[in-house]
Ligand binder design. Structure first.
Ligand code: ADP
Ligand code: ADP
Length: 228
């Protein structure tokens, strides 16, 4: 479902952030991506949703070859990928409901289908009662739950998360992890870059460690493996 073959990424400034990556991630897996700052974790996951293009090698996600995918086809490709960011990236001038509905509105889903899906999804993340509020009226943890709801409302096959608990306190981080677990149990592949040692060492999943743009370690039910 996600495959990289001999993937390299060299930024225009000359930095090589991916330096020969080969990996296969199957449907339904939960994968943590760990490693020191600047190791290439973000680049690795950004290439999975074509936020960055590989300079060499082949990447296939959900059967789509991202090497040959035209820029105009990227939005259609992304409909099957949910993305969650450390800083949420919600639209602060519209309601929680509308933030989640947005992805369904752009694909012109029927209004009754949109309403049902949005409320079901907000219910899954425990925020149905806050549907009318603005994101800025919510706590950080609640905002991250909205962003997760937005990422899954389309029922994507894959959810990619870049340090989703990076701005949250420990208790809130555990709450957010429960939601990712639930999404994964329902069959969605999760790829999550994280610096959260306690979570990685407690909720065991595959661990891919990136160092210097290469996969330094790839372990089923792995450990975080760094001091912090
Ligand atoms: P990580 O997520 O592990 O911190 P990144 O993938 O963000 O690592 O960065 C890997 C390397 O690529 C770093 O040296 C970083 O400075 C560089 N880098 C990341 N994004 C860009 C960019 N847009 N342009 C130039 N260099 C970049
Ligand atoms: P239920 O009937 O299952 O209790 P509701 O239809 O009352 O669910 O909706 C639950 C929450 O979602 C309420 O806060 C409601 O105001 C809000 N909501 C429902 N539809 C919309 C909408 N189109 N825009 C904004 N908020 C909405």
């Amino acid at each position: 479902m996600i495959e990289m073959k001999d993937v390299f990424k060299k930024y225009p400034n000359g930095v090589t952030a991916a330096n020969g990556i080969n990996v296969y991630i199957g449907q339904g897996e939960f994968v943590y991506v760990v490693g020191p700052s600047g190791a290439g974790k973000s680049t690795f996951i950004k290439m999975m949703y074509r936020e960055e293009k590989a300079t060499k090698g082949d990447i296939t996600v959900n059967g789509v070859n991202l090497t040959t995918l035209k820029n105009t086809k990227v939005p259609i490709f992304r409909r099957n990928i949910g993305v969650v960011f450390q800083d949420f990236k919600l639209l602060n001038s519209i309601s929680v409901y509308d933030n989640v509905a947005f992805a369904l509105e752009v694909i012109e889903e029927q209004p009754n289908v949109i309403r049902k899906r949005v409320l079901e999804t907000l219910d899954l993340v425990g925020l149905k009662h806050k549907a009318r509020m603005l994101p800025t009226e919510l706590s950080g943890g609640e905002q991250q739950r909205v962003s997760i709801a937005r990422s899954i409302v389309n029922s994507p096959k894959v959810v990619i998360a870049d340090e989703p608990t990076g701005n949250l306190d420990p208790d809130t981080s555990w709450e957010i992890m429960k939601i990712f677990e639930e999404i994964n149990i329902r069959g969605t592949t999760i790829v999550m870059a994280t610096h959260n040692k306690d979570i990685v060492n407690s909720i065991k999943h595959r661990v891919i460690a990136i160092e210097g743009g290469k996969i330094a370690r790839d372990q089923q039910k792995g450990d975080y493996g760094y001091e912090s």
